[in-house]
Design a protein around this ligand. Structure first.
Ligand SMILES: Cc1cc2nc3c(=O)[nH]c(=O)nc-3n(C[C@H](O)[C@H](O)[C@H](O)COP(=O)(O)OP(=O)(O)OC[C@H]3O[C@@H](n4cnc5c(N)ncnc54)[C@H](O)[C@@H]3O)c2cc1C
Length: 433
């Protein structure tokens, strides 16, 4: 039986990043993924020649972007223009995102336009950390004067985080995310599956092993020290360290006696973020200018990702629509709302459909940064030596995939530091002997 230095449960962005980093540091690594292929929520499906992510995905210039590049991943794609429309009262209007649209936008008064572009200019220099403990609603209502500018900011900040809870959401992290988005985001050629493959290749180059189609049944630990993973067929994968890169509920379930560890608190405090997603590949766009639309008084968003990324060989345009959800959702109603958004933005789209995908309620993120009494999870589970967590819910201030990669880095860094402390102790002991 092979003994590993690190066994990772979950082959999504967090697990793959941890695998690539630990393998690069010379560790013997194995990744266990229950699905038949790697990627988790970052997989891409090819339908009728068009690449569909699991809903519209944009890579911000944050931790994930930097980490992927450090690991040698090639990030092919393009930056979309931010010329945008807004939906208000059932009508489409140009948003004042640039000099050209400033005059033509009917949504705002002149004073409102000045306030709006003033905020866009201020964002890069804003000390967002000051607002980490303030709710998004408090920030918007306290800082923005014009009522329509407020509506637009609720919409922009919802799109940056997928969260529909302004009274609960911490303002600081999502303001940072919007500031980063305003510097430009990347839509990836052939979808996020291309980065999944790059990460797998990076980890493989350094010797990491992958077991796909195999489920971890529990984490083996004894006397407060981790010993490995018990698989669903009863076999034990021995490992000196285990990183759980799955949801907080799964992490809690996999660890025997988890109720007496921090995993219980992390699971209980997590608030899941979900969305309904409609993705369509269209032979052509009936209204080629209308490619990027924020719902201002409706919680929807539309983007044509093909305007910046290669997502089909034949020129089909991959348009992604998102309906942000609260605690309740109705799959049929959400689909109707998304289709009627498409009717408004791209009338006649039904005649152009090449392929279609509808995800009625998908988890975008297992937790978000909220102002309720929340502790930062991880990187280690303090009660069990050698046990770590990673994933988009293991956030110390980052959002979405940035939290997945940043938490993976923290876990690997903590693990390497703990090992080097151990070596120092052993070495010191030998010297004194
Ligand atoms: C609609 C949508 C839009 C999004 N848009 C963006 C965006 O624009 N920008 C952005 O940054 N992020 C976005 N995200 C979020 C991003 O996709 C996620 O943050 C990221 O993919 C999460 O990676 P992860 O590794 O933490 O989790 P996951 O991808 O969920 O990986 C966890 C893995 O663990 C596996 N697993 C679970 N239990 C076991 C077990 N017992 N044994 C073995 N394996 C197990 C699962 O199968 C899964 O593969 C979006 C997500 C969605 C759904």
């Amino acid at each position: 039986m092979t003994r590993y230095d690190v066994a990772i449960i979950g082959g999504g962005m967090a697990g793959l990043t941890a695998a690539a980093l630990a393998a690069k540091a010379g560790k013997r690594v194995v990744v266990i993924e229950k699905q038949s292929r790697l990627g988790g929520r970052a997989i891409t499906n090819k339908k009728e020649g068009a690449y569909f992510n699991l809903g519209g995905h944009a890579l911000y210039k944050g931790d994930a972007y930097d980490t992927f590049r450090e690991l040698g991943c090639e990030l092919k794609g393009g930056e979309p223009s931010i010329d945008a429309y807004g939906i208000w009262n059932g009508k489409l209007s140009v948003l004042p995102t640039g000099a050209g649209s400033l005059l033509s936008s009917p949504l705002l008064t002149w004073k409102g336009k000045m306030e709006f572009i003033g905020w866009l200019a201020k964002f890069a220099k804003l000390d967002t950390h000051k607002y980490d403990g303030v709710s998004l609603r408090e920030w918007i209502e306290g800082q923005i004067k014009d009522p329509m500018v407020r509506h637009i900011f609720y919409s922009l900040l919802r799109t940056a985080s997928y969260v529909m809870a302004p009274d609960l959401q911490a303002a600081g992290p999502v303001l940072r995310s919007l500031a980063s988005a305003l510097k430009g985001v990347l839509y990836l050629d052939e979808g996020w599956g291309s980065v999944v493959e790059e990460l797998r290749a990076s980890a493989s180059r350094h010797g990491a092993a992958f077991r796909t189609g195999h489920q971890a049944a529990s984490v083996f630990h004894q006397k407060g020290i981790v010993g490995g993973i018990v698989m669903d067929d009863g076999t034990l994968i021995e490992a000196g360290n285990v990183i759980i890169a799955a949801s907080p509920a799964v992490a809690h379930k996999l660890v025997p006696h988890a109720d007496s560890t921090s995993l219980k608190r992390w699971k209980d405090q997590a608030i899941e973020v979900t969305a309904a997603c409609l993705d369509v590949a269209l032979r052509k766009l009936p209204k080629p200018k209308q490619q990027f639309v924020y719902g201002i008084d409706v919680p929807v968003f539309l983007t044509n990702q093909s305007r910046a990324a290669k997502l089909s060989a034949d020129g089909s345009q991959v348009v992604c629509l998102i309906k942000y959800q609260g605690a309740e959702s109705d799959s049929e109603k959400d689909l109707r709302e998304l289709e009627s958004t498409l009717d408004l933005v791209q009338p006649g789209w039904r005649a152009e459909v090449v392929a279609k995908q509808y995800l009625p309620r998908i988890t975008v993120c297992h937790d978000f940064l909220h102002v309720r009494d929340r502790v930062h999870p991880g990187p280690n589970v303090p009660e069990i030596e050698g046990l770590y967590v990673a994933g988009d819910w293991v956030s110390h201030g980052e959002l979405l995939v940035d939290a997945a990669t940043a938490s993976a880095k923290r876990a690997v860094r903590h693990m390497l530091a703990a090992e080097s402390r151990e070596r120092d102790v052993i070495h010191g002991h030998r010297v004194t002997l």
